[in-house]
Write a protein that binds this ligand. Structure first.
Ligand code: SAM
Length: 233
């Protein structure tokens, strides 16, 4: 990965270089830190694409407004209740967490990849969300946090890499800079101890999962939401 930065972002860039080995990340990824904007140019496409966490982007707001208007939206079924405290333990680019926040829930996010955290933090700062973001591994976060959440949401999921598809440039790019966790089972177990109500793990419907057996599953055509009851329930 190559990094381009201006004077005002020198410290951020230094911090990032101290926390990751940038040579291990795809050479076709460029990270740009320019004034108050942090974004990626992904050159794996014939026409390189810009990826920035921007909650005001037209496509994003249109999709979100559509889901907010839909009373049968899957999130309303999965996260039933009002004004819930939800921990999004695998925040990514914050799309699911922002939707839950817009549905009226109080959302806290955790993200372990330094680059994803940097991009997400930048997007949150430019938005009017009241979402808290912590950088780190959700397992350690839960081990040390005394807060209890109604729901803990985990989305470790990645779909197949489709380099030709411009529509999913966010997922394609996220996959190249994300943290891949091999500790899912332990995270689900600690989450069950640390939540008041339920742990929800998003998975592809056809996944041959190594996850513990859920109490129940809420399915759409492509996605399964594995639901685990809290150890206190
Ligand atoms: C599939 S993405 C989540 C996408 C997200 N739901 C969204 O709406 O944009 C998974 C994210 O979880 C992060 N992650 C994976 N394991 C983690 C862990 N143990 N703790 C915190 N973050 C983790 C990855 O770095 C990646 O950004």
């Amino acid at each position: 990965m190559k990094i381009f930065y201006d004077k005002s972002n020198f410290n951020k860039c230094l911090l990032l270089k101290n926390s990751i080995d940038i040579d291990k990340i795809d050479i076709n990824i460029e990270l740009h830190l320019k004034k108050d904007k942090i974004y990626i140019i992904n050159k794996n496409y014939k026409n390189p694409v810009k990826v920035m966490v921007d909650f005001d982007e037209k496509d994003f707001t249109e999709k979100m407004n559509m889901r907010l208007k839909d009373n049968k939206d899957i999130f309303r079924k999965v996260f039933s209740g009002k004004n819930l405290d939800i921990l999004d333990g695998t925040a990514g680019f914050g799309r699911d967490g922002t939707l839950l926040n817009a549905m009226g829930h109080n959302v806290t996010m955790v993200e372990n990849s330094p680059i994803v955290s940097l991009l997400l933090n930048n997007g949150l700062k430019r938005s009017d969300n009241n979402i808290r973001l912590f950088h780190g591994n959700v397992y350690d976060f839960l081990k040390h946090s005394k807060e209890r959440y109604d729901y803990i949401y985990l989305d470790f999921m990645f779909n197949k890499l489709k380099i030709n598809s411009l529509s999913s440039k966010y997922d394609e790019t996220l996959k190249l800079i994300a943290f891949i966790d091999g500790n899912k089972k332990e995270i689900v177990e600690i989450a069950k101890k640390c939540c008041k109500n339920k742990v929800v793990v998003k998975e592809p419907s056809n996944s041959i999962s190594s996850l513990p057996k859920p109490n129940h599953i809420i399915k759409t055509k492509l996605i399964s939401y594995n639901v685990y009851l809290s150890n206190d329930a």
